[in-house]
Write a protein that binds this ligand. Structure first.
Ligand code: KG4
Ligand code: ZN
Length: 349
């Protein structure tokens, strides 16, 4: 049995290493974001991300061991995200994991980053445990800078994709609006903070697809509406109204996300839901999400932020469970920008 793994995550712009047990207990996790490198460009630059991963990955693995009092002799396997993501970023993690596995004579496995997000609610550590009765099946909304997808998580390895964004991801919608307002990168947290003192009803932004009978999302209309609204204002008016603008724009995103989550829970008659991915850090989403859950008697699990944003702990947990089913990757494993056809079950397939 595989009891402890070292996991590495480098799929986008966070470099992370973790040591995780088969029960999902995180013995150590070290994550470093690259925001300072990308901020000047106003978004993630793939070449810059790849280079930064190259510089950071080994020191982070070392740091991860130091923080855990664990030596390589206790590690039974190595896990790495190999899909989907930026190929140049994934490559750094995959090459590092393969080299470490070979050097220390350990088995290894490449996992799907999105599967890892879906399993994040099971992680625990010295200061956090999920509710004891929390288990499959559940509805999960994975919302980040690159993804906005709604899943029915039936069990380990069986993930039904109910719907996705047809254009921009929710995090992208936040980031682009922040950029238009000159608030800096990454923008989600900036919009969240400004919105705290704003009126969510001050501006009327579109809630695309909210009444459509499906689980898809679309944020490009909102983005354009945001742009038009800002263009109609002077610089001074934008500054004076920044809180109201952020609160109203954020409200449009949050309402749509919760409406679709509610639709999925009702459709499958499930009383368990998970929010995961960087956007689940949003304070308005957390607040309205909890109110919705309380009102509808739904068990809503939102993993702590360190396990919601990109991190190697969730990757380790996905990999260790698959390894304990006997799955392994070989040294031919490479990075892939896309998921495998067999990773998910699609509703219309
Ligand atoms: O999961 P994540 O760390 O990385 C990936 O994109 O995979 O998510 C990052 C995204 C960014 O778009 C960021 O603006 C957004 O999550 N985000 C937020 C908040 N914190 C991070 N969006 C809204 N409100 C926040 N508080
Ligand atoms: Zn992610």
């Amino acid at each position: 049995m595989i009891k402890n793994v070292l996991a590495i995550e480098t799929s986008c712009d966070d470099t992370s290493a973790a040591i995780v047990t088969h029960e999902g207990f995180v013995r150590s996790v070290i994550s470093a974001n690259q925001d300072k490198y990308h901020a000047v460009f106003g978004g993630v630059v793939p070449e810059v991300a790849g280079r930064a991963h190259t510089q950071m990955v080994l020191p982070i693995v070392e740091e991860c061991f130091k923080g855990s009092n664990i030596s390589w002799s206790e590690i039974d396997g190595v896990v790495v995200t190999n899909r989907p993501g930026l190929v140049g970023s994934l490559l750094v993690g995959v090459v590092t994991a393969k080299a470490l596995a070979q050097a220390y004579g350990k088995p290894f496995i490449g996992v799907n980053h999105l599967e890892a997000h879906l399993l994040a609610p099971f992680l625990s550590d010295d200061s956090y445990s999920p509710p004891e009765d929390f288990t499959y099946p559940y509805i999960a909304l994975a919302i980040s800078g690159g993804h906005t997808q709604l899943y029915l998580v039936e069990q380990l390895g069986r993930y039904r994709v109910l719907g996705s964004t047809l254009d921009d991801a929710a995090g992208e919608a936040f980031d682009k609006f922040a950029k238009m307002l000159g608030l800096g990168f990454p923008g989600g947290v900036q919009v969240d903070q400004r919105a705290l003192s704003g009126d969510p009803k001050a501006y009327d932004f579109p809630r695309s697809l909210i009444h459509e009978d499906n689980f898809n999302f679309s944020f490009s209309g909102l983005k354009s509406a945001g742009q038009r609204t800002l263009q109609a204002l002077t610089q001074k008016q934008r500054q004076q109204n920044v809180a109201d603008l952020c609160a109203s724009y954020q409200e449009a995103i949050v309402e749509v996300l919760l409406a679709k989550l509610n639709k999925a829970c009702a459709h499958f008659n499930l009383k368990k839901a998970v929010l995961t991915g960087g956007v689940s850090a949003n304070s308005r989403l957390r607040k309205l999400g909890q109110l919705w859950a309380d009102k509808n008697n739904i068990q809503l699990v939102i993993p702590p932020l360190r396990y919601c944003t990109d991190n190697a702990a969730m990757v380790g947990f996905a990999g260790i469970q698959r390894m304990n089913l006997g799955e392994r990757s070989d040294q031919g494993l490479g990075p892939s920008p896309r998921v495998l056809e067999t990773d998910f079950i699609y509703e219309n397939s």
